[in-house]
Write a new protein. Structure first.
Length: 210
């Protein structure tokens, strides 16, 4: 009689997966970590939902950033500090929730607070009526248009100005699917765009080619 017992393949530990994502950009490891810890992200965010709603913000905008916060947690995690990855991710999530609550409604919460971009749903409507805000949007996309990697502009358009997303910001996984890449790459492109915009908006030569 054949032995029907099968050995269950044990998944790598968090530290191993984090190392793979950092060293090789392993998308499979990233997805395993996402599936393993997304409930933690949601659980922490739920505690802040009443305050989010009280401030007139949408909970969907907070919840949709789980891939982004996971990626930031992976990049900044240091195993030698003797802190579990789940604990570190929880701390990153709490910080993100507090930053989301305290941020100006007119500003999108990017990696650097020095960028004051009018990229919220409210301003999508304002662009039709306020020429100053329209100029701000055009100014930002003029910079993005000159980048060699055209995917960066696509990521920003899908994240903040995609008509198909209506009132919800597109998730990172959706953006990745639309530009035919991994979630990590989509987030990386966004991060690169943020850094470039920070640099260019501070520079006197904001219209030079990059």
């Amino acid at each position: 009689m054949a032995d029907r017992t099968k050995k269950v393949k044990k998944l790598p530990c968090d530290n191993t997966l984090v190392k793979k994502v950092k060293s090789t950009g392993c998308n499979n490891s990233f997805l395993i970590l996402l599936g393993r810890h997304e409930n933690l992200y949601y659980k922490i965010c739920q505690k802040y939902i009443p305050a989010v709603l009280a401030k007139g913000k949408r909970k969907e905008d907070l919840l949709s950033d789980k891939e982004f916060i996971l990626f930031k947690a992976i990049r900044t995690y240091k195993p030698n500090k003797k802190c579990k990855f789940s604990t570190w991710l929880g701390n990153c999530t709490k910080y993100h929730c507090l930053t989301f609550l305290n941020s100006d409604n007119k500003h999108v919460d990017l990696e650097d607070d020095t960028i004051n971009l009018y990229l919220t749903d409210k301003t999508k409507q304002d662009y039709d009526n306020e020429i100053n805000l329209k100029d701000e949007k055009d100014y930002v996309f003029d910079i993005l248009e000159k980048l060699q990697d055209k995917r960066i502009k696509k990521v920003f358009k899908l994240r903040y100005f995609d008509k198909n997303t209506k009132k919800k910001k597109a998730t990172w996984s959706t953006i990745a699917l639309r530009i035919n890449t991994s979630t990590q790459t989509a987030i990386n492109l966004h991060t690169r765009g943020v850094k470039i915009l920070n640099k260019k908006l501070k520079s006197k030569e904001t219209y030079d080619f990059i």
